[in-house]
Design a protein around this ligand. Structure first.
Ligand code: NAP
Length: 299
């Protein structure tokens, strides 16, 4: 198959491109800069130049594909609402182009905002929707296309998709620990984050685009929930800095924008995903990656 991938140069996207190519697919990757295009081409994919706001480019590339994987996102948390608007417009464009085709559309999502006192399961609907929702309500929007003849599916990624070279949340936490000299955790440290290794996440993405029925929600989660005090202890040991509680009143000062994410208590199951797709994570755990030095060097 010939898949169009946004975010093809990104952390999850580039691993997903490699996985798709290894499975014999052709990949066309969106690239907004020379650097991104070179990365996409070096991986063995074809780069199509454009950004997430170039809707004509997105429509043309989607139209010329057997399916779309939307793994790009503007990760500027200082203008998160604008990122949500861009996200929604891109997903809308894909839905329009793919309507009635039964071609797959896989959209990346996460686990923010559920507020449950039990692990989130695949059948839990995303509690937010509409243009003003976080991420532009793209999860429910994408799933709604199933009624229009799109084989749409969502992959919810654990807040840390970890591994050597990661520049996501775990890398930011490590940088904060280096800068402040403290591997901190919010409050009593009993909040949780799920985790998955990047290679396992990419394998799931490829399986979902190949085979998921319309309306599927898959959870890229290998570890259901690791306590924040445990994450801090692992980072502290790797970086040689002490671990300490950060009082709730100081969380946003200490962790800046990441504070609201790190203070969120999230546990997520992937039991249904494993059963449905035969997906079995085999990559290193977060503890193994941190101990192996994946976060030991400054970014
Ligand atoms: N990594 C995680 O732990 C994690 C956890 C939960 C959810 N997610 C979600 O999973 C998806 C992939 O995440 P990721 O970690 O792979 O992100 P990433 O490494 O930051 O990559 C983002 C991708 O989007 C592209 N991009 C950014 N702004 C763009 C624009 N204006 N036009 C076109 N492309 C643009 C980037 O291109 P450049 O290379 O040119 O910058 C890059 O390819 C995102 O939706 C993310 O929110 C990730």
């Amino acid at each position: 198959m010939r898949y169009f991938v946004t975010g093809a140069s990104g952390w999850i996207g580039s691993a997903s491109v490699a996985e798709l190519l290894s499975r014999g697919h052709e990949v066309v990757g969106l690239a907004r800069s020379d650097e991104s295009a070179a990365k996409v081409e070096a991986a063995g994919a074809t780069a199509v130049r454009g950004g997430l706001t170039d809707l004509d480019v997105l429509r043309a590339a989607a139209s010329d594909s057997d399916g779309v994987l939307h793994l790009g996102f503007v990760h500027d948390f200082s203008r998160f609402e604008e990122s949500g608007r861009i996200e929604r417009a891109a997903v809308e464009a894909f839905g329009e182009v793919l309507a009635g085709s039964d071609r797959p559309l896989v959209v990346a999502s996460g686990f923010a905002g559920y507020g449950l006192d039990r692990p989130i399961v695949e059948s839990d609907p995303n509690p937010t929707s509409g243009p003003d929702a976080p991420r532009g309500g793209s999860e429910n929007l994408a799933l709604s296309f199933a009624a229009d003849g799109v084989r749409s599916a969502v992959v919810r990624f654990a807040p840390t998709v970890h591994g050597a070279g990661d520049h996501g949340f775990m890398s930011v936490l490590a940088q904060i620990a280096r800068t402040t000299g403290i591997a901190g955790y919010p409050g009593d440290g009993t909040t949780h984050w799920p985790a998955v290794h990047r290679s396992d996440a990419a394998a799931l993405v490829a399986t979902v685009v190949e085979s998921a029925p319309a309306g599927t929600i898959a959870h890229a989660v290998a570890e259901q929930g690791i306590e924040s005090r445990e994450i801090a202890a692992m980072l502290g040991a790797a970086l040689g800095v002490p671990t300490a509680s950060i009082p709730e009143a100081d969380v946003m000062t200490h962790f800046s924008w990441l504070g609201r994410f790190f203070a969120a208590d999230i546990e997520a199951s992937s039991a249904a995903t494993r059963e449905r797709f035969g997906w079995a994570p085999v990559g290193p755990t977060l503890a193994e990656d941190i101990a192996a030095g994946a976060y030991s060097d400054p970014r």
